[in-house]
Design a protein around this ligand. Structure first.
Ligand SMILES: C[S@@+](CC[C@H](N)C(=O)[O-])C[C@H]1O[C@@H](n2cnc3c(N)ncnc32)[C@H](O)[C@@H]1O
Length: 201
């Protein structure tokens, strides 16, 4: 599989946009999602671990899932994750994890997966009954957040009502949205949401 983040991994953590987004998304997760030392949590599209390393002190175990080996190599270097993380460089839509989790978090990875329904079904299947998702991504944007020739970007953000309907189609209940942050990039502002939803017990 081609690693589309190979040239970005080395300085990802120093980039202002991922920094702003991870601060905002972690703040929204801390405010709206119960975290506990009993929980096993998956970070889907964990990247270099910007979100994972903030969550790790508050949970029991983390499964960091990504298809970019170079991003995961950076995640593996983080002290906050040492002894707490299993790293999975795999496409869980094609090759699911063996373990079920209590919570799936994700930041800015959904727009890289073409079939959002298939992704949500895969996340649902990875959750224990009563488990939750907390998924962050861009609100619908004009298509200029990424450079025009970028590979692997399938969505110009997401419409909240349509995403709520997709979550409910898959079986999740009570989808609720908050704005995690507004991120500034090249003179424009882009909304980033966090949606939480529950798999029935
Ligand atoms: C924009 S980065 C965000 C990384 C991290 N969540 C953050 O907030 O800094 C998107 C990440 O999603 C990963 N990704 C893209 N498609 C994926 C897939 N099908 N399965 C798992 N990860 C994927 C990319 O490799 C990349 O690391």
């Amino acid at each position: 599989m081609v690693d589309l983040f190979e040239d970005k991994a080395s300085d990802w953590d120093e980039r202002p946009v991922p920094q702003q987004i991870s601060e905002g998304v972690y703040g929204a997760i801390a405010d709206h999602v119960e975290l506990s030392s009993e929980q096993r949590v998956m970070d889907f599209g964990a990247g270099t671990g910007l979100i994972a390393s903030k969550i790790a002190p508050h949970i029991g175990h983390l499964d960091a899932v990504d298809i970019s080996r170079s991003m995961l190599e950076k995640l593996a270097e983080k002290d906050a994750l040492r002894g707490k993380v299993d790293i999975h460089c795999q496409d869980i839509l094609a090759e699911p994890l063996e373990e079920k989790v209590d919570l799936v978090v994700s930041a800015m990875a959904m727009h890289h997966v073409e079939d959002t329904g298939a992704l949500l079904r895969a996340l649902y299947e990875h959750l224990k009954p009563g488990g939750r998702v907390a998924l962050a991504d861009l609100d619908t944007e004009p298509g200029d957040f990424h450079p025009p020739d970028i590979e692997g970007v399938y969505h110009h953000g997401f419409d909240r009502d349509r995403l709520a309907a997709l979550l409910e189609d898959v079986g999740f209940t009570s989808p609720e949205f908050v704005t995690a942050c507004d991120v500034a990039k090249e003179g424009r502002s882009y909304g980033v949401f966090l949606v939480t939803a529950t798999k029935p017990s």
